[in-house]
Structures are given as C-alpha cells and as structure tokens.
Ligand binder design. Sequence first.
Ligand SMILES: [Zn+2]
Ligand SMILES: [Zn+2]
Length: 257
Amino acid sequence: MRFLPLASGSQGNATVVEFDGTRLLLDAGLAAKELAARLEACDVEPASIDAILLSHEHQDHVRGAQKLSKHFGIPVAASWATLQGMDRSPQAFAGWIDLPVDHGVRIGAVTVVPFPVPHDAAAPVGFVLEGDSVRIGVATDLGHATPQIAERLSGCDLLMIESNHDPLLLRDGPYPWRLKDRVAGKLGHLSNSEAAALIKHSVDERCRCIVLAHLSEKNNTPELARSSALRALRARGCERVEVKIARFDRPMAAVHL
Ligand SMILES: [Zn+2]
Ligand SMILES: [Zn+2]
C-alpha cells in the first residue's frame, strides 16, 4: 500500500492511495492543472487513477474534480447529497459511483466505507479503506470527534487525522471573529488537542503511522501539532507510531505499508 498526500489544508486537499493495483484519489481540491502536475511529479499517471473519492463539497476538496474526471476519464465516487451540494449531476463527470454513507463499496481491490463526520457541509464523511490486508482511516474536516468516529478509526494501520489549529493562535490570529467561531465550532475543524484526544481513543497496537492533516497556515505550526500528537501517543504507550505532517504547498513523502 502506498499513501501519498499531494496537498492538505484550506487551500486544497488531495491524497493518492494505492492498494494492490487499485489507485484512488481522496478529494481533488486543487485546480485540475496543479493536481495533474503534482501527480506527474510523483510518477502517477492521472489516467491510471481508478476513482476520485469526494469527502464533501467544499471547494478545497472538489475544486479540480470535474475537470480531472472529464479530462482523464476517471469516475467520481461520492454520495448523492455531496453531488447536490456541488450543484452537479452525475453527467458532469466521466462516471459516478454512488457512495452511500455507512455502506461499503468495492472499487477494484479496495473496500471503501464512508462514515459521517460533523462538519458544515451537506453530507460530510470520513473514510475507512481496506485492501492488501492493510486498513486506513481518514478523518479531516470535522468540528468534533464522537465516540462513533473513534470506533471507526480503531484497528487501522494508518490514520490521517485533522489537526487544524491551536486554540490560542486561532483566538489571537488574523481571522475575523465570524470565521474564528466557525473554525472552532462543533461543525468546523479539529484543534490539536481534539486531534490528540481522537488519537488517544482510536490508536491501538495495529497502528504504524499517523498523518496529521489540514493544518492551518495561520493558526497552527507543525511543531505544535506534532508535539500534541506525540503526547497522546506516549499516554497510550504507542511511542513507536510514526507521526508525519501533510503539507499544503508540496506532496508529502509517501508512506509504504
Ligand atoms: Zn477542508
Ligand atoms: Zn470542509
């Protein structure tokens, strides 16, 4: 399995996941041209992608989806509610795979199970992906973590979890108050300490790598996010789990499991 975040954060999100010959793109939130350039820089031929999975309709997750799909003939996998949130019909894409919440869908060698997360979109989801006897959990863009989400993310070899902001940097930072309230709210984004609590409740002996994602450029630093996650791992006795940080400006070094 190869896990390759191409971009992460409010400017755009996209991650390549490869299992046993099946290539998926999780979100397509950069402009199609930039996405294609980053894919090619990582030796991934865009036309070789089997499906584009969409977590929700915010621009930083779907910006390049339609063009990439049409241009390279890649089907899009998303719930009907997410398509409606995008104001698109299935014909807008090279193909559509319905991704009903809580139902497993098989795409090539991978079982994809979307699960609901609290966020201010039509039907936002996280994903559990399983194939190659490797299990991956992804939850970015969630305002708070519930016990059900921790449960979904348990038993994974790799977790990608949002660690968006430090509450003090957010409070004292440059955002207008309305945006501060949205980010910190129950349907906004996960803070470093909320991410740490989710890690503490979901990580177990199977987990080998945690990727911290969707870090705010203005209201967080990689050091704060990392040290918060490491504290959570120490508290669980899981110090050997590798912690990586996905960036907005360039692809992260791929994780191979
Ligand atoms: Zn986002
Ligand atoms: Zn969002």
